[in-house]
Design a protein around this ligand. Structure first.
Ligand code: NAI
Length: 246
């Protein structure tokens, strides 16, 4: 489905980003991915991708840094030749009630989750505009649509991503560049492992399909949005949440 395409994924060493990287590679894409550090985990993703007969390379780069991002994107474009797909996946949580939330917790989540999407989209757009094609996929969340107590910083960052996505779809559509957002529900990764067992059980009880999602569930939707199968879909927010949000 992605034969001959070059993809760039942020936060690709673990969780959902890792699964997207490997799924894209299985479908024929060369994959550049970023993470905060180039460690053994990142190396294992590279090895898995290269074992699939396509190119995989990790770039240690903080998605929250504007200049750092621009330099990384230019390096990827020169080493891979083009960037056809961008997945803005990197994200963090610093959950607490507003009453206890510090300025640092607010700033960290907004900068890593929302500013990173601006940083990467801005740096990649020049290449996509020139080649007159591209698919940008931004990882939002169901709580960006519905809000969630104890996650005002995270929900605000994910709602911001939705506004950004819709605006970019309108700005870049005439050059055949699409931009969509994914709103995952409760997906079982290191991010959700941090939650107490009773909170996790409570979440699952509220899901019509009665299970947490897997990174693969999200990767399959990302693959669809990256591929030509979704060539007339732009500016949309699509949930992958087991029916939790309707
Ligand atoms: P995760 O914590 O398992 O993986 C995130 C990856 O991003 C890690 O490898 C981490 O090192 C990297 N990362 C963090 N900050 C970074 C930065 N500044 N620059 C570069 N890389 C950075 O998280 P998970 O669960 O895989 O989440 C991926 C995305 O999906 C996030 O944007 C998250 O908000 C979103 N999401 C996750 C849900 C879930 O239930 N797990 C639900 C809804 C959305």
């Amino acid at each position: 489905m992605l034969e001959g395409k070059n993809a760039l994924i942020t936060g690709g060493s673990r969780g959902i980003g890792r699964e997207i990287a490997i799924t894209f590679a299985r479908h024929g894409a060369n994959v550049a991915f970023t993470d905060l550090v180039y460690d053994d985990i990142a190396k294992s993703v590279e090895t898995e991708i290269n074992g699939l007969g396509v190119r995989g390379k990790c770039y240690a780069s903080n998605a929250a840094g504007f200049d750092e991002t621009d330099a990384t994107v230019n390096q990827v474009a020169s080493e891979f030749g083009s960037i056809d797909i961008l997945v803005n996946n990197a994200g963090i949580t610093k959950d607490t009630l507003l009453m206890r939330m510090t300025e640092e917790q607010w700033d960290a989540v907004i900068t890593v989750n929302l500013k990173s999407v601006f940083n990467y989209t801005k740096a990649v757009q020049k290449y996509m505009l020139k080649q007159r094609s591209g698919s940008i996929i931004n990882m939002s969340s169901v709580v960006g649509v519905s809000g969630n107590a104890g996650q005002s910083n995270y929900s605000a960052s994910k709602a911001g991503i939705i506004g950004f996505t819709k605006s970019i779809a309108k700005e870049l559509g005439s050059r055949n560049v699409r931009c969509n957002a994914i709103a995952p529900g409760f997906i079982m990764t290191e991010m959700t492992e941090k939650l107490p067992e009773d909170v996790r059980k409570q979440w699952i009880q509220g899901i019509p399909l009665r299970r947490g999602g897997t990174p693969e569930d999200v990767a399959n939707l990302t693959l669809f949005l990256a591929s030509g199968l979704s060539s007339y879909i732009s500016g949309q927010v699509i949930s992958v949440c087991g029916g939790m949000q309707t």
